[in-house]
Design a protein. Structure first.
Lengths: 341, 341
DNA sequence: CCCGGAATGGTAACCGGTGTCATCTTGCCT
DNA sequence: AGGCAAGATGACACCGGTTACCATTCCGGG
């Protein structure tokens, strides 16, 4: 079958008796082309199974069709969701997705990224949190002629190239839900300093408490790193407060799982003794016991939109860049006080 | 700074007063080159920040430097681990990693894959389970001139292009551990039919039981799909057996989490009433309560090795292609009978 | 002193596409 | 019928590298 060599535009031209240029016109759907010619050439293309060489195209056009995804593993499901979302958009196009996990603590981070972009001559890149919050990275990319789209939590000044979730409002609603369930002593576990998402979620907590007419108590608030262990540590701190909380909002699911462990270790039952709400709706959230009430944000849709902004900035201008999140109500948050015990 | 245009090999040649060819020789580290010339050219390259255009190279060499990762999301952490492993290998090379999540139930799967490979002119592809078990997919890739490396569970006939974990032995050891803890009625939740990993793990279970001098009881064995819900269903089945198991090995962590839910719903305590061992050591395993005893296999190392086999088949010939797994002992498996209750 | 061969660098063609511009039809208007 | 505009197609250079092949320089040996 395979002659060993892939057919080229020259083969197509020769076999259909036209010039390279005409074949090129057919491929690119040029409007000024005789219908009969087009059909003839298309028949040959189909017959040969000809596929244009993307490297040659890239060379001639002086632009290529690779988009890069740079991230420092915020969490596996998010990264994969993003990849799927991007693919939803580019699957039918000639673009391809090149990934690059990096280490944000590496001293050569900026150079690594620069090298990656230059070496592959990327068309555009997408940045995921927490990398997406660093302007220096975005600057490097732009300097290199890449369009950049960042995914993350909302930012005050509206940025054309940001696709964000409205964490603040989502958290505010989650806290509202706890208040509605009758909780008054609501604790909070914040994310690490310097992360916009952490700030946004904290603001949401403050907003939600205010709206419910409650005053946040610093004694039952702690800060974590978004990792499991830090959640457990924060949990121990909160639960050993003089007046422990009856409900806690954790800035992500992983820390919520840690908090759950801390509660179990103290002999507390969740949700009977403590209601918990997390954030992200990772796989873990549904798999722990009790299933975790949490906030789900539309990663895949956001990534898909972000990809569209990357490859078609014009038509994507109308696309929203702020996405709402949903509170997924599961068993970890229940009314307080619980029925007599 | 940037003149808007990237420097080309011609610029380097002109500025260093040599021909393109000489510059090319410098780039490719040709041995027959005057040392002084090399240094002069390298100075200019560094000065200009010149990076060879990969598309032009690909065109001239008639081979490119993209490797593809095709998968149907077996689980997010595994996919991400694989990506990181591959990057460990290719980071210092000129290769890049292009990803492509696919839907294995799509009727156009084979065409999608073919299209992906042809459109990007991939150099090689890596297949993840369960795709890696389908010979038709591997055949398509090879037909298109791609080298293929498959990751998965061991296969009897030794395949040069397979990087595998020894699931069978790992499960056998896990079951041995349960027996060592004093368990006699050990249940099993199998993976879906048609998956090699499922068969291997089942074999491992059979082996382990035999080695411990125990006879598997079909009444406390069930089959799942590797998903959470199926684990819960299997758990209900096993636990409602006339003589329920005192320990269960689940073929993956997600089903183990389901089993845990089933146990809780029946009012059983884990691990007091039921010991559980899972497989994969996903994030969930460490985050559920109790932390899950499970089998961890070296995804990242395996992927890194697989990538090496892909880009340097010769030097990687000596690399192992079968990797051992570790039993991670956590709190979900305890001695039986438990201290008096 | 001349010649052959190794060491080095240059030239031109090519990889597989695209852009520019010229050429050749064709149809329509006057 | 002649002129002309518009439509269709082709010739050719070019994108930024690589390779095949040739030209030059510098040796040492006869």
């Amino acid at each position: 079958m395979a002659k060993g060599q892939k057919p080229t535009i020259n083969d197509v031209a020769r076999l259909s008796g036209v010039s390279k240029k005409t074949v090129s016109r057919v491929i690119n759907k040029s409007p000024l082309l005789n219908e009969a010619t087009r059909e003839k050439v298309e028949a040959v293309i189909a017959d040969l199974g000809y596929v244009p060489n993307p490297q040659a195209r890239a060379l001639a056009l002086r632009r290529n069709f690779l988009i890069g995804l740079i991230h420092d593993n915020p969490n596996a499901q998010m990264v994969l969701g993003v990849q799927e979302g991007i693919l939803d958009t580019i699957r039918k196009t000639e673009f391809a997705l090149v990934v690059r996990p990096v280490d944000r603590h590496s001293p050569t981070l900026l150079d690594d990224i620069r090298h990656f972009i230059e070496q592959q001559r990327l068309y555009g890149v997408m940045l995921l949190p927490p990398l997406s919050e660093r302007d220096d990275i975005a600057d490097v990319c732009q300097e290199l002629g890449c369009t950049v789209v960042r995914m993350g939590s909302a930012k005050l000044d509206d940025d054309e190239h940001l696709v964000a979730s409205n964490d603040r409002q989502a958290v505010s609603e989650a806290v509202g839900w706890l208040a509605e369930l009758g909780h008054r002593r609501i604790g909070f576990i914040a994310g690490p300093e310097g992360f916009r998402s952490a700030r946004e979620r904290q603001q949401g907590f403050t907003d939600g408490m205010a709206q419910a007419g409650l005053t946040p108590d610093p004694a039952i608030m702690a800060r974590g790193t978004y990792r499991f262990e830090s959640g457990r540590a924060a949990g121990e701190q909160l639960l050993s407060a003089k007046e422990p909380p009856t409900a806690v909002f954790s800035s992500n699911d992983e820390m919520a799982a840690g908090l759950l462990h801390a509660a179990k270790e103290r002999g507390l039952d969740v949700p009977e003794d403590l209601s918990i709400i997390g954030f992200d709706d990772t796989a873990t959230a549904a798999h722990i016991w009790p299933p975790l009430t949490t906030v789900r944000w539309p990663i895949r849709t956001m990534a898909s939109t972000a990809a569209l902004k990357l490859i078609e900035p014009t038509s994507a201008g109308s696309q929203p860049s702020m996405f709402p999140s949903d509170l997924i109500r599961r068993a970890s948050a229940v009314p307080y006080p619980t029925e007599e015990r």
